[in-house]
Design a protein around this ligand. Sequence first.
Ligand code: NAI
Length: 342
Amino acid sequence: ALWQSVISRVVPTQVSVKSLQPQASMFKVAILGAAGGIGQSLALLIKMSPLVSALHLYDIANVKGVAADLSHCNTPSQVLDFTGPAELANSLKGVDVVVIPAGVPRKPGMTRDDLFNINANIVKTLVEAVADNAPDAFIHIISNPVNSTVPIAAEVLKKKGVYNPTKLFGVTTLDVVRANTFVAQKKNLRLIDVDVPVVGGHSGITILPLLSKTRPSVTFTDEEVEELTVRIQNAGTEVVEAKAGAGSATLSMAYAAARFVESSLRALDGDGDVYECAYIQSELTELPFFASRVKLGRKGVEAVISADLQGLTEYEVKALEALKPELKASIEKGVGFAQKQE
Ligand code: NAI
């Protein structure tokens, strides 16, 4: 519904000059890793947002062409390109939201953690630049392994003295998007109505869809719960295998990331009714980082929706306990990496 309304606003059948005038509040968004599989599709979707005045595209290569191409779309935002470390700082100046999909994706047989060695350094370098040039921005981390790259980002921001835990997010929206799709298919529901909170982290068993909290309320057999949970947890691998070496999810990820960006912009714009799941610094469990539903506002996370973790089924309680050691280890790996980089 959101995107239908966005599309109808941005691509009206009768384009009037007035409808393309800038609105009162518009925001600047930067994408770091903008020439990649996720980056390009995400840039296109963000280019369609009526809430964006400028779209800054940064990558180490190939970003000029992407920006030239995108800039021909007659939507309000201005598109600017930035190539390589020398232009990174400028890509971040004055930006309200920074989205980071930079890094290598999985190939068949790889876990997200196999990407750690390469992506940890990329995220560290990019977040250092965010700390120096856009310390108040919302930061959306897409680069995997999210369970570790978000703690790395937090440590980098702390070292720079600008860490604001309410503005640092690991993007887990794709897990929610997948859960909504699979549940709607299985139960023959109207897709637009289905909302499944997904908590924990963003890898394997750390992805925990809370099917008992599905809205509208639905009942599942034990077999359905098991089948849906496993499918949601392995959905990324389903795509990696289907792409057979050509990468991981990019289109569905871009769709999910665009939804999270749009929600963030609506929150920045003062909308008081914005809720999303995200992986954040959290006190919901004993783990220092945890994905859950949060309320977004002008200052970032305004409230953590703790009710989702109350009244869980026996299956969910067990799955929650089972994911904690793996998530804890991934968090510690990220923190350890960042702390030994002096
Ligand atoms: P890709 O390889 O198509 O694109 C990555 C882009 O990052 C490339 O354009 C590359 O030039 C750029 N890049 C590399 N080093 C950089 C640096 N230091 N600074 C700026 N840009 C740099 O990969 P794809 O498919 O777009 O995936 C990107 C990341 O997103 C991967 O780590 C992948 O695992 C992750 N991902 C996360 C998901 C999530 O749900 N959070 C879902 C799917 C993918």
